[in-house]
Design a binder for this molecule. Structure first.
Ligand code: AMP
Ligand code: MN
Ligand code: MN
Length: 333
């Protein structure tokens, strides 16, 4: 069990510089893991560059050290060691970073918890049993003997709290709670973190919710539910991707619904789909049918096509999978 963190710690200890990155449109696990590992490597004397394809969403601005995450265009050169966090494949960091990493010939380390992880990289440690990539970063940091400062603790707590939906989802394990307890003991301001993560939203996020709720539809006798937003509505509201955080949870929250989905037209002819299920529908498998992935209860994909056509295809496949899983017979959406 300790093999992989030990091997990873060995590679890191032999390096002088490293680049740390996570997936595009970063969530709390991506940001928290990036910041925590960057601060830890710096404590060990490495020169660290932290980068993300997209800007840090405002809800994570309370994490000390988040301001050090640069955009790809601000990174002059890719060092010899690249650590990718919370990425299930080499596409997830974003096309520009992927190309620059591959052209550089750097050693690529893959640290992740997605069941759909392809095992890419020169060294990989993938544990689908981990609640968040932040949990693996915590173990790695412990292995390397780094001191857990309040900043590192806050970043890792954010990773765990967000990926578990505030310790509610199926990935909430005794380990997740034990690590969270340890992090709180190392200086997390839980009230402040909760305020930023759950209790305060930008006005535009509520306007998006208001626009999206009337689009709610159900299929398969009320077991599949979804909502959507088209590009014109999204743009008119002045919304950004982060304002759609958690929207797939609304259709899923309906009694009797097994899987909830949220469709967003991100550019003409391109639709991002967020999927969440409750007990048996494997949304990782559903997302994989459309080139995406994730976890059994939370997954996503990006599909080419007109918004309503994409909705019909994805919902149609979800209904088929539901029929296979339950032996029921539903047709159409
Ligand atoms: P989201 O709905 O964007 O919050 O994503 C839910 C889960 O699915 C996360 O674990 C993501 O990493 C994963 N995911 C979302 N979109 C994709 C994609 N296009 N490819 C692979 N995994 C994805
Ligand atoms: Mn993530
Ligand atoms: Mn994650």
């Amino acid at each position: 069990m300790n093999e992989q963190p030990r091997a990873m710690a060995g590679v890191i200890k032999g390096a002088r510089q490293a680049l740390v990155a996570a997936h595009y449109l970063p969530d709390g696990d991506a940001i928290g893991s990036t910041v925590a590992l960057a601060l830890a490597l710096e404590q060990m004397g490495l020169e660290v560059t932290a980068v993300n394809h997209d800007p840090v969403p405002r809800m994570y601005s309370f994490i000390p050290g988040m301001e050090r995450i640069k955009r790809p265009q601000d990174v002059a050169a890719v060092p010899g060691l690249v650590i990718l966090l919370d990425c299930s494949d080499m596409e997830r960091p974003g096309r520009d970073l992927k190309e620059r990493i591959q052209e550089s010939g750097a050693i690529v380390v893959n640290l992740d918890h997605h069941i759909s992880n392809t095992g890419f990289g020169d060294l990989s440690w993938v544990d689908p049993g981990a609640a968040a990539t932040g949990e693996l970063v915590y173990s790695l940091i412990r292995e390397m003997g780094v001191e857990i400062t309040p900043a590192i603790a806050t970043a890792l707590y954010t990773a765990l709290a967000t990926d578990t939906g505030s310790f509610r989802f199926a990935n909430t394990t005794p380990a997740a709670h034990a690590i969270a307890a340890e992090l709180i003991a190392h200086g997390v301001d839980v009230v402040r973190a909760s305020l930023h993560l759950w209790e305060e939203k930008e006005l535009v996020a509520l306007r998006v919710l208001g626009a999206v709720l009337p689009t709610l539809e159900l299929a398969a006798g009320g077991q599949i539910a979804w909502m959507y937003v088209d590009l014109a509505t999204f743009t008119a509201l002045g919304a950004r991707s982060e304002h759609c955080e958690g929207l797939a949870d609304y259709p899923r929250s309906i009694i009797g619904v097994e899987a909830g989905m949220f469709f967003r037209e991100v550019e003409p002819g391109v639709v991002k789909v967020g999927m969440r299920s409750k007990t048996y529908l494997d949304v990782n498998e559903l997302a994989a049918c459309f080139g995406g992935g994730g976890h059994q209860r939370a997954a996503g994909c990006t599909v080419r096509g007109e918004l309503q056509a994409v909705i019909r295809r994805v919902v149609g496949r979800a209904v088929e999978m539901l029929c296979q899983a339950t032996g029921e017979k539903w047709t159409g959406s």
